[in-house]
Design a binder for this molecule. Structure first.
Ligand code: NAD
Length: 506
């Protein structure tokens, strides 16, 4: 038995189903894979109400119970990894092997979140300080309640998992609206949950639909929205959530750069730039879209890149390096960015050809810094390579876009790499590799500027779905209490003197 329908699903209005449906398409050939209901605002509210009812049961499971259930869910993903990877391949277009890799990383995150949640979020004593020496102070992180997760299609398992697993591990119920391009993957994850946790099916629910269904989730009374998608949609989500003072987590796009320094391993940098820019057809929020190579290594870097790019090709057969562009509308954006770069004096040293949804790997050089190909998210298998004087100039140019998600630095000196990494205006940077931070569950993931705010993954990712709760317990009464109208009038002066001695000496 498979967990997701492979053929179109008839939706029967007489049986109370939604009348309106949308199709999930194979991006390689446009064939309909299945149909899903466009769920109404009423249906979304009903899902949130069910999640609200399930919340108490989920909380009552305690840390151990939740860990057991999350591990059971993880087990279904692990045992059926090829079935899920097939579905990801069909809906998103990426090669099966890349889909497996994505799911492996997602599984690792489920385990990390489930295992670490008690230690990171559970009650702990904190020092009470001089002024409250008679108090025992404790801190704990409580779940928010019901989290609405709105996801994209480019990593339909890994990306939402950064919110789903962490929100669930923190004790929340979740209503997830997957992208309209990958609804089957969302439903598969929901079915896997129901199979693993039959006692709590409403703890994780999926609602399907287009943008309006996502907007309905923002208005459905959830306690937080975790949004992953474009900055443009992110703004709409924030505006909708502002009406209810619903907090938001924004994981938006990027225009990440790689800096290749004088003493870098140029071959390794070229290899990493190629994977970072072309894998998943360049549809990676943390993909490399720009390279700044110093004058000393520029020519060698380009040679190495050109030599490697020859072996990379799009397709949907087993031997293809990457798949089609998932969202048909994105092809026009990629075409526009390439054309604009070339019109403005740039040159495509490889690629540039687009055949339906398949875009050849395209390496662009001499592209002006203020062109769209350098400033805007292209989200295709393209990369600009720019010659710079030194790593300092590279850093300045790296930091000029409005985005700030991630990036990479190749250098021969590890310490110098880390020092440069600190100065990149982004949430994450890898030294001498690409996107390595995404595979370290204990590292937070998120951006700055138009790339968003808030963090998934790691301790910060767990805390993102909680509120800090502070508790003091009076251990004994002070002989001279301060917080009473019956306070000794001379006490204020004594207190001021003590504070002067302790804090006022300089
Ligand atoms: P998108 O913004 O078009 O859609 C994202 C989701 O928002 C979809 O589920 C969509 O149905 C929903 N949506 C659309 N209109 C809405 C509205 N008015 N209210 C609420 N929800 C609405 O993005 P996409 O094309 O699916 O994803 C690609 C983008 O996501 C890229 O910019 C990419 O860089 C970014 N991304 C970011 C990260 C990250 O972690 N920072 C990860 C993956 C993708």
């Amino acid at each position: 038995m498979t967990l997701a329908p492979a053929t179109p699903v008839p939706v029967d209005p007489a049986a109370g189903g939604a009348v309106e449906t949308f199709d999930s398409l194979d991006p390689a050939n446009g064939q309909v894979l299945a149909s899903y209901p466009v769920q109404s605002a009423e249906e979304v509210r009903a899902a949130v109400a069910r999640a609200r009812s399930a919340e108490a049961w989920w909380l009552a499971q305690g840390w151990d119970g939740r860990r057991t259930h999350l591990r059971a869910w993880k087990g279904v993903l692990a045992r059926r990894i090829h079935e899920l990877a097939d579905l990801v391949h069909r809906e998103n277009g990426k090669p099966h092997a890349d889909a497996v890799l994505e799911i492996v990383l997602a599984i690792d995150h489920i385990e990390w979140a489930a295992k670490k949640a008690p230690k990171v979020l559970g009650p702990r004593r904190v020092p009470s300080g001089l002024m409250a020496a008679n108090q025992a102070a404790s801190l704990e992180y409580q779940p928010l309640g019901v989290i609405g997760v709105i996801g994209p299609w480019n990593y339909p398992v890994f990306t939402p998992m950064g919110s789903l697993a962490y929100a669930l591990a923190a004790g929340n119920a979740v209503v997830f609206k997957p992208s309209e391009y990958t609804p089957g993957v969302g439903k598969w994850l929901e079915h896997a949950w129901q199979m693993a946790v039959p006692q709590g099916p409403d703890v994780l629910q999926v609602v399907t639909g287009l943008g309006a269904t996502g907007a309905a989730l923002c208005h459905a009374g959830v306690d937080k929205i975790a949004f992953t998608g474009s900055a443009a949609t992110g703004r709409k989500v924030m505006a909708a959530c502002a009406e209810h003072l619903t907090p938001v987590l924004m994981e938006c796009g990027g225009k990440d750069a790689m800096i290749v320094d004088d003493d870098a391993d140029v071959a390794a940098a070229a290899d990493a730039a190629l994977w970072g820019s072309m894998s998943n057809a360049g549809q990676t929020c943390i993909g490399i879209e720009r390279v700044y190579a110093t004058d000393k290594v520029y020519d060698r870097f380009l040679q190495e890149l050109e030599a490697r790019v020859k072996d990379v090709r799009p397709g949907s057969d087993a031997g293809a390096s990457y798949g089609p562009i998932t969202m048909p509308g994105q092809v026009d954006i990629i075409r526009r960015h390439i054309a604009d770069a070339v019109e403005r004096g740039g040159r495509a040293v490889t690629g540039g050809m687009i055949d339906g949804p398949f875009v050849e790997p395209t390496v662009l050089v001499d592209v002006p810094e203020d062109s769209d190909a350098v400033q805007e998210e292209t989200f295709g298998p393209t990369i600009t390579v720019t010659r710079v004087r030194d790593a300092e100039e590279a850093l300045t140019l790296t930091n000029t876009t409005t985005y700030g998600l991630a990036g990479s630095i190749f250098t021969g000196k590890a310490r110098r790499g880390v020092e440069l990494a600190r100065r990149v205006r982004s949430g994450m940077t890898s030294v001498n590799s690409v996107i390595a931070f995404a595979s370290v569950p204990s590292l937070p993931f998120g951006g700055v500027g138009d790339s968003g705010f808030g963090r998934i993954h790691g301790e910060d990712g767990l805390k993102e779905f909680t509120r800090a709760k502070a508790i003091t317990r009076q251990r004994f009464e002070l002989p001279t209490p301060l917080t009473t109208f019956a306070r000794n009038p001379g006490l204020t002066d004594q207190l001021a003197k003590v504070i002067g001695l302790v804090h006022g000496r300089r």
